[in-house]
Each structure stands twice: as C-alpha cells, then as structure tokens.
Design a protein around this ligand. Structure first.
Ligand code: G4P
Length: 524
C-alpha cells in the first residue's frame, strides 16, 4: 500500500466522558468489533478508582494498566483505528488535555440519565478551542433517562455545541424499543442482553404502515419526534462536522452493544483522516515526505530497576522508521530508536515503520519532555501542548539532606513528564509544586521515594493562582517586578510567573498594570 493510502486509512481519536458514563464499556465494544479482543471484560478501566482515591498502591496498579491502554490500535473494514485513552479521574485532567492535542477527532459519551456532567464540560471546552470534530454518543438508553430533546438542548447549552441527531431513540428505559438511524434510514430493534448485532431494517419512508408491525404504537411518537427533529436541527453536512461547527449525535447502550456498530460505521466514513499540525515555524501536512512528530505523553516504567520511560509520539508527517537517526530539536541531537513500539489493543510490538496518525512509543532514558519535536533535521516546534496554570500549590522541601541530588533529579524528571509544574521563588529560591489535582502530590511523593530514593516534605503556601507574565512595556514590567518581587517565581524554562495569593491580588494587579499580559496557559 502506498504512503498516501496508508494515511487515508487512519483515524486517530479519543473517547472522553465524565467518569462512569460508559467510556470503558464503549471502548471495549469497539475493540470487539475490530476483533482486537475476543471477550468482554478484557479492557481494564483506566480510572483511578472511585473509592480509594488516595491509595498509592492503587495508583501504581492503575498506572500499569494505563500504559497498556494508552493507545489501542485496531483494524476495522480496512481502516486502521487508533483510540487514545484518557484518564477519567479529574486530577489527571491535564494529561487528558495533552492527549487531545494528539487526536484528530473525539467521541463524547454522555449518560442519558445524568446528562452533561462537569468533566465533560471541561474536556469539550478544550476540544472547542482546537475546533476538534466531535461525535456524541448518548449512552444507557436501556435505563430511564431524560427526554432526548431535553438532552440535546442541554448539550447545546452547556457544551456550547451545535448538534444534529443522526439516530433517534424509540422509547427509553423499560419502554426502549430501539433506534431509528437517520443517517442510513433504517430501524434497529433492541433486545436487552442480546449482544449479537442485528442488521438494520431499511425504512426510507417512515409513513410506511409496516412500521407499526415492528414497534407498535411507538411508531406515532417516532414519526412526530422525527418531524420535530427535521424542523429544529440542521441537515447533516460532513464539512460542518469536520470543521467543528456541528456534532452528530447517536443514541445507544454500550453495555448492550446497541448502537455501537452504527456509530463505528458512521465514524469510519466521516471522521477525519490524519490532519496536519501547526509548528511555530510553519504548517506541516501529513503527506509531506520527511518524518516529524511530537511527544504528548511520557509514561514512567513501573519497574523501579529500569528507570526508562516511554515517550508517546504522534506521527505528524512522513514515515517513521526504526533505527533511522532523527533530530531531537530541543537537544539538537540525533537519536536512533531500536525498539519503537506500536500498541494494538493489549499487545505491544516492535514496529519497523509508522505513518501519520499513528502513535509510536519510544523507550527513553530521560531525553524527552512533553512537547518535544522529532524531525529529519528541520527545526520545527509543534504548538498546542500547553501547560495550564495549576490550581493547587505546596512548597516542596528536602526531607533527607543526603539525597538532595536525587530529589532535584526526580523533581526535574517528574515535571518533564507533566505530572506537575515546578516553580522557583525568585527571592526565596524555594521550590513550589503546582498541580491541577490533589492526588498528584501523593503521586510525586511516592514516586520520588520509589523511583529516585528521595524523600520530600510539603509545606503550606497561600497561593490562589499563578500567571505567566509578559509585556511590551518594559518600564511597566520592571516596575511590577520590583514591587512584587516576593510574589515572583521562575518556571522551568526560566519564564516569569506571578504568584497571586488571592483572587483580589490577581485582579488588582491586572487592573493596575494594564500593559502586562497575564497568561493562564503556558502557550502565549
Ligand atoms: P467510564 O469508563 O466512563 O468510567 O464508565 P464504564 O464503562 O466503566 O461504565 C460505568 C458503569 O456504567 C459500569 O457499571 C458499566 O457497566 C455501566 N454501563 C456502561 N454502559 C451502560 C449501558 O449502556 N447501560 C447500562 N445500564 N449500564 C452501562 P458498574 O456497575 O460501575 O461497573 P461494572 O461492575 O459493570 O464494571
């Protein structure tokens, strides 16, 4: 198969949802269709459990699972599908944001009873910023849920998305009879607990009296509903979906394997093939011959005896080849990879070549940071892998004076992995760790000890938010820095960061220094 055909047959996406909406169940059913797994229950949920949120061993166990499920590749109808897993736990939201930079589209799972939940709102906001095409799967139709029109309203209102249903439920919960697929104009009938997927019954014309034979009196309601649907929602246009202007919606029940195949069949037809990415220098298209890619995730190995890690690289352009020297742009060094790894469902294997859209796992002894770019020599820096201004802060102190080197190295590497952000107070020299979730503090302490042999202690710091500061008005910036010196820190790249100890302090600083820009993501 030629290079262009290889690109065209790839689809790289993530499934996102609030925990418990059914992401794991849906992923598993998709893998079953692709023949990547044979039995249900094979995909372990990559969520840090709901119950033991601060159980370290549990975190370690989950980390082991999550490396296995970080990327799940499979083939379906000659299409190579790469599903990128995203942690469900909100403390790991930043990990998820970064994963979203490596996909070309997303599927959002929503629980029909619970509707739009907070985590979904946050994640969709990131997708909207990037105009990522979104498909929506409304799940758990076998249970009583909200009225479908109300659900669509809520999605439009809370997620600020325009939707158009491509399937429509017939009843819900105890009265659930199936769905009418608007996209291929057929009827799919539901039988609880029947995992076998029946073909749809073609129903081009819903006024056909035979409809009643299949769904009884529900036929009237369905006709009324669909009249309303066609009056209220725009006709589906693939281009609107690809540009992020409209989101097609499907209804089903992942647990019952209902509505999943229709979603998948539609997905492989309309979901985007690998798209290019903007580097600081220029836009790069996937069909360019020279290889380029960026690191969006780093996963430390579980085995404490081997401190190697896996860097996950999204191939943006060209063909990645095993043992070929590539240019590590930040380090300005050539690196060769003897064991590039591909992930197929639960299996890992060494691969000789990878194509745009693929995710290649590279074993790394500490050369990579999140956001690093690999090329064949060109100087490129891929954009769009921001760090978000953290929300929780602690001073970190060395608890074992004999191990200060280990502590420094551990902190450096763990923050390279994106577990947390590290700041250094400008006047005090004290190290401050900032995270988006409380769990990270425990993860860091635990990993410092087990992977680096270093002990740390946390101390309280009164800090509301950090903001990166820049200004074209040098005099104003210098004045600000002089007056606020005890509230300034440097990030790992040596950039200035304002430490606002309260919302009020931040607001007054912004008002008093109008020429200073306060940035809440690291990309500016
Ligand atoms: P997540 O990854 O989004 O967190 O959700 P997950 O798939 O783990 O699903 C959360 C719960 O919802 C699971 O039940 C799962 O079986 C159930 N579920 C998923 N899809 C459907 C559906 O279509 N209908 C119904 N009725 N339930 C569904 P659990 O009891 O928490 O876990 P388990 O013991 O079944 O694994």
């Amino acid at each position: 198969m030629g290079f262009i055909e290889e690109i065209k047959r790839r689809r790289t996406f993530a499934i996102i949802s609030h925990p418990d909406a059914g992401k794991t169940t849906l992923t598993e059913k998709l893998l079953l269709f692709g023949g990547a797994i044979q039995v249900a229950g094979a995909v372990k949920s990559n969520k840090i459990t709901k119950t033991a949120t601060s159980d370290w061993m549990e975190i370690e166990r989950q980390r082991g699972i999550s490396v296995a499920t970080s990327v799940m590749g499979f083939e379906y109808k000659d299409v190579k599908i790469n599903i990128l897993d995203t942690p469900g736990h909100q403390d790991f939201a930043e990990d998820t944001y970064r994963t979203l930079t490596a996909v070309d589209s997303v599927v959002v799972v929503i629980d029909a009873a619970k509707g739009v939940e907070p985590q979904t709102e946050k994640l969709v906001k990131v997708c909207r910023m990037r105009h990522t095409p979104i498909m929506i799967f409304i799940n758990k139709l076998d249970r009583p849920g909200q009225d479908p029109f109300d659900l669509l309203d809520e999605i439009e209102r809370k997620l600020h998305l325009k939707v158009t249903p491509l399937s429509w439920p017939i009843g819900m919960g105890p009265t659930f009879r199936g769905v009418y697929n608007i996209f291929d104009r057929s009827l799919y009938l539901f039988e609880p607990n029947k995992q076998r997927v029946e073909p749809g019954i073609a129903f081009d014309d819903l006024s056909n009296p035979f409809l009643v034979q299949y769904i009884g009196d529900a036929a009237h309601q369905l006709r009324d509903d669909l009249d309303l649907v066609s009056g209220v929602y725009p006709e589906f246009e693939v281009d609107d979906y690809l540009s992020g202007r409209i989101c097609p919606v499907f209804f089903g029940s992942a647990l019952n394997n209902f509505g999943v195949r229709e979603l998948l069949d539609c997905f492989i037809r309309i979901a985007p093939t690998p798209v290019g990415r903007d580097a600081e220098e220029r836009h790069v298209e996937p069909n360019e011959e020279a290889f380029s890619g960026f690191v969006f995730k780093i996963h430390a190995n579980m085995d404490p005896n081997h401190r190697d890690r896996i860097a996950f690289v999204r191939v943006v352009s060209g063909r990645f080849e095993r043992n070929k020297p590539y240019h590590h742009v930040r380090l300005d060094r050539k690196l060769k990879f003897a064991n590039p790894t591909a992930f197929m469902a639960q299996k890992k294997s060494v691969v000789d070549e990878m194509y745009p859209g693929d995710i290649v796992g590279l074993y790394d002894a500490g050369n990579f940071k999140i956001g690093d770019t690999l090329t064949e020599g060109e100087i490129l820096h891929y954009k769009g892998i921001p760090s978000f201004s953290p929300e929780l802060f602690r001073y970190v102190e060395n608890a074992d004076p004999m191990k200060s080197k280990q502590l420094a190295k551990g902190l450096e590497q763990l923050t390279d992995e994106g577990v947390a952000q590290l700041f250094t107070g400008k006047t005090t020299g004290r190290k401050i760790i900032g995270t988006v979730g409380a769990l990270q503090f425990e993860v860091i302490q635990y990993r410092l000890l087990h992977e680096y042999g270093a002990s740390c202690r946390y101390e309280h710091i009164t800090l509301h938010k950090t903001a990166w500061i820049t200004s074209d008005n040098k005099a104003m910036l210098d004045d600000f820095k002089a007056r606020k010196s005890s509230f300034l820190a440097l990030d790992k790249e040596g950039r200035d960061v304002f430490l606002a100890d309260s919302p009020y302090a931040l607001q007054t600083a912004m008002e008093k220094y109008p020429d200073i820009k306060f940035h809440f993501t690291s990309e500016f």
